[in-house]
Design a protein around this ligand. Structure first.
Ligand code: NAI
Length: 319
């Protein structure tokens, strides 16, 4: 049974990702302090979290074993950085993806934190060596990159700076596990981390196939959503290879020549512009018009699908 935990967590930036992190930490019983430069952002975030938690509780999908009211009581907000950081054991930075801004934020924090707190960034693609360069507390710094929406998609990529202490990685890993996320340890920083490198490889080939007129944009998406994606929700590409033959070695014996032949035909990095962009844009708008109301409705549907998938995954893992 989840009970409240010692030490508070600071969410630095209460936008889309910050709110989700706040809900996850509260679900694990942690006291959460939301910090932002604007009081209005904090007020909006607290209201959004309250509505979300109540809706999740009603649908029986609220995470953790505390009630929505108990979890909400754990979350507070402050625009005063010193007040927010006092007593914190973990700080999750969620400011916009801008290197100069993040460097400024981390150097501010570097001046007021103790030697124990973990300083973690949600950055999607800024390298730890760039963000944490020159900080006195660099050993305590790490990237914990979530996937949107983090409440439903549990993966968190943990990316160390070359000087990050192994204990920072281990403590962050344990904390992510505690709040029900699925952390992975990246051993050395690499541009795009792992998830986006895989994602960009797929986007890039998808774009080239449409560009060459080999398939329509909507059929391309079906290849993923009704094909590869079905199994990738449960097993990764490497285990897929292992299961699609008599083990991995046998798969490579059987298929490596074919894979290498096809891979050699892959084209250059696309430009993501011009006629192909127009074609893909039109096809996507035919499915989901690109106005805020349609996009929000489709995102909500996506989140419901992900929530149900998460339920199915945990049932299947328990079997
Ligand atoms: P957002 O724009 O929704 O929220 C940013 C928040 O930071 C705002 O509330 C803003 O008022 C606040 N802020 C700006 N400057 C500040 C400062 N100096 N001090 C305190 N607060 C400040 O951004 P979002 O989408 O939540 O992204 C945050 C981080 O998470 C980015 O690094 C992004 O790359 C990463 N991320 C985003 C994902 C996404 O799909 N949106 C997915 C995974 C990671």
């Amino acid at each position: 049974m989840t009970s409240t935990q010692d030490g508070s967590v600071v969410i630095f930036g209460s936008g889309l990702i910050g709110r989700s992190w706040a809900m996850l930490f509260a679900s694990g019983g942690f006291k959460v302090k939301l910090h932002d430069i604007e009081q209005q952002q904090i007020t909006k975030a607290l209201e959004h979290i309250r509505k979300e938690m109540k809706a999740l509780e009603q649908s029986g999908t609220l995470k953790g074993s505390l009630s929505a009211d108990q979890q909400l009581a754990l979350i507070s907000g402050s625009t005063d950085l010193k007040v927010a950081v006092e007593g914190a054991m973990y700080i999750q930075e969620c400011t916009p993806e801008n290197l100069e801004l993040k460097k400024k934020v981390f150097s501010q924090l570097d001046l007021i934190i103790d030697d124990k707190v973990i300083l973690s960034s949600s950055s999607s693609c800024l390298l730890p060596s760039k963000m944490f360069m020159g900080l006195k507390h660099v050993k305590q710094c790490i990237v914990a990159h979530p996937v949107n929406p983090p409440y439903y998609v549990p993966l968190v990529e943990l990316v160390p700076h070359p000087e990050t202490a192994p204990s920072t990685m281990e403590r962050t890993y344990a904390l992510m596990k505690k709040i029900g996320q699925s952390p992975v340890k990246i051993r050395k920083e690499v541009d795009g981390f792992i998830l986006n490198r895989l994602q960009y490889a797929i986007i890039s080939e998808a774009w080239r196939l449409v560009d060459e007129g080999l398939i329509s944009p909507s059929d391309l998406d079906i290849v993923m959503s009704d094909g590869l994606g079905m199994r990738y929700a449960f097993i990764g590409p490497l285990e897929t290879m292992h299961l699609n033959a008599e083990g991995m070695s046998n798969y490579c014996e059987r298929y490596s020549e074919g894979m290498k032949r096809v891979l050699k035909t892959f084209g250059p990095v696309p430009d993501f512009s011009g006629a192909t962009l127009e074609n893909v844009h039109q096809a996507m708008c035919a499915r989901v018009p690109a106005d805020p109301a349609h996009l929000a409705a489709r995102r909500q549907w996506r989140d419901e699908c992900l929530m149900k998938l998460a339920k199915l995954k945990s049932q299947m893992e328990a079997e």
